[in-house]
Write a protein that binds this ligand. Structure first.
Ligand code: GDP
Ligand code: IMO
Ligand code: MG
Length: 425
């Protein structure tokens, strides 16, 4: 059976850990969207891997890894990741497949992301400055796009880059008074990328369907979180791709109907990096407690993550749009030590009940949360090895979240390591 794992909040839910665990029982792991804005952490023994572009299954020596057409690939980051795995004795030759149709993030995308955010000042989105928005904009705009297949054709590429960089330089100079970038330098780098990456580039859609026909099990790894989805998230404070499970089909050419299991990952609370409304945010000592205990600092940018209570209104919405039937709840251990735990079970606005999570940011900024308050659990749970041994209050919390969202919690995270995971039927 094919499985899709996606984040149901604003990213960093712990997808990397779950994908690594499930990769053990799957043949192929596929990244279908986003780029190096993602930061997926996998902890194996004393080694911590922070993966941005390689699927989280790549640390398992037998899993085939696909970077599909929906991903925007920064070759510099990707080569760094391949090298760093090689240094740890993990090779990717013969098992990494990169789509020839995936678009390439180049220096001018990162420059544009930075220049625009700087110019926006207090109105900035708070992007990761990884060039994600500008690269997806070039993809949709078509005329100035570079795909992985273009890297393999240096003569055409040289000409294309001269045209693109000239165009970008004119815009950067006019809008931001910025120094010009050199097309020749970017071309030289591309030649090096091509030499090192061409062996991995192929038609990943054909590869995936061949493997499905051969009965292989595929795991689709979502990046970001469903509330950051460009169409269904809290626009404009979102990323530039369909980061919910709705992105799978366009992102890799495998339709949702061929996926039997949709697993949503949540944190036992909520976090968000970057700007935008956040109804359950705790801008106080409880938020700081969660940040410190849960090490809530961005994997990609190191920024402190904003923390808040679990928002069942938000998750109920992302469950609906994603066709999610079960949840993995990570970081339950982080809540240990709090006297009270709150779950947001409803919103009101202007005194009226809000039926569904509003992605419209003006409406979202106005909602008032209704909370269910539960007793906290004092004891640490990071060493608990089965569900029955969890404190009653922790079990009550899980039950209340499942009830508020309307689907079961089948996996529970009680620490970053593989073994700190409890599975339920
Ligand atoms: P992703 O982007 O969804 O893959 O999540 P990140 O890797 O950015 O952030 C999740 C962080 O939480 C990482 O540092 C993980 O090692 C850590 N983590 C994952 N699950 C748990 C858990 O159940 N408990 C604790 N304490 N840490 C966890
Ligand atoms: P993973 O896969 C958390 C956020 C950024 C910013 C917004 C737009 O690790 O869960 P972008 O650089 O994509 O244009 O930034 O989206 N963002 C993430 N937040 N986790 C992520 O990925 C994110 N990827 C992007 O902080 O608010
Ligand atoms: Mg992350």
């Amino acid at each position: 059976m094919n499985t899709c794992v996606v984040g149901l909040q604003w990213g960093d839910e712990g997808k990397g850990k779950i994908v690594d665990i499930l990769a053990g029982e799957n043949d192929i792991v596929v990244r279908y969207g986003g780029g190096a804005n993602a930061g997926h952490t996998v902890v194996i023994g004393d080694t911590r891997f922070a993966l941005h572009l390689l699927p989280s299954g790549s640390v398992r020596p037998k899993a085939a890894c696909v970077i599909a057409n929906g991903v925007v690939v920064d070759p510099e980051v990707l080569l760094g990741e391949i090298d760093s795995l090689a240094q740890k004795g993990i090779g990717l030759d013969g098992r990494l497949f990169i789509s020839e149709n995936a678009h390439v993030v180049l220096d001018y995308h990162k420059a544009e992301d930075r220049l625009r955010e700087e110019a926006l000042g207090k109105d900035k989105i708070g992007t990761t400055i990884r060039g994600i928005g500008p690269c997806y904009a070039d993809k949709v705009g078509r005329s100035f796009a570079i795909r992985m297949a273009d890297l393999l054709e240096p003569e055409n590429l040289k000409e294309k880059l001269e045209k693109i960089v000239d165009y970008k330089n004119k815009i950067f100079a006019a809008l931001y008074n910025a120094e010009p970038l050199s097309a020749a330098d970017i071309f030289e780098k591309c030649k090096m990328y091509s030499q090192k990456l061409s062996k991995y580039v192929c038609d990943t859609t054909a590869y995936l369907h061949e493997q499905i026909d051969a009965g292989k099990n595929i795991l689709f790894e979502g990046a970001q979180g469903s509330l950051l989805d460009i169409d269904h998230g809290t626009f404009p404070f979102v990323t530039s791709s369909n980061s919910s499970s709705l992105g799978v089909g366009p992102g890799c050419g495998v339709p949702a109907g061929m996926i039997g299991r949709f697993l949503g990952v949540v944190k036992a609370y909520t976090t968000r990096v970057g700007a935008g409304p956040f109804p359950t945010e705790l801008d106080n000592e409880i938020g700081q407690y969660i940040r410190d205990k849960g090490h809530e600092y961005g994997t990609t940018t190191g920024r402190p993550r904003r923390c808040g209570w679990f928002d069942a209104m938000a998750v109920k919405y992302t469950v609906k749009i994603g066709g999610i039937t079960e949840m993995a709840m990570m970081h339950l251990d982080t809540l240990a030590g709090l006297d009270e735990l709150k779950i947001c079970t409803g919103y009101t606005s202007d005194g009226k009940e809000v039926k569904m999570f509003p992605v419209n940011i003006d409406r979202l900024a106005k909602v008032q949360c209704r909370f269910e308050t539960l007793k906290g659990f004092g004891q640490e749970i990071t060493d608990v090895d089965n569900f029955d041994k969890l404190p009653e209050q922790a079990k009550n919390y899980l039950k209340a979240v499942a009830k508020a969202v309307g689907i079961p919690v089948t996996i529970i995270g009680i620490g970053p390591a593989r073994k700190q995971t409890i599975f339920r039927k």
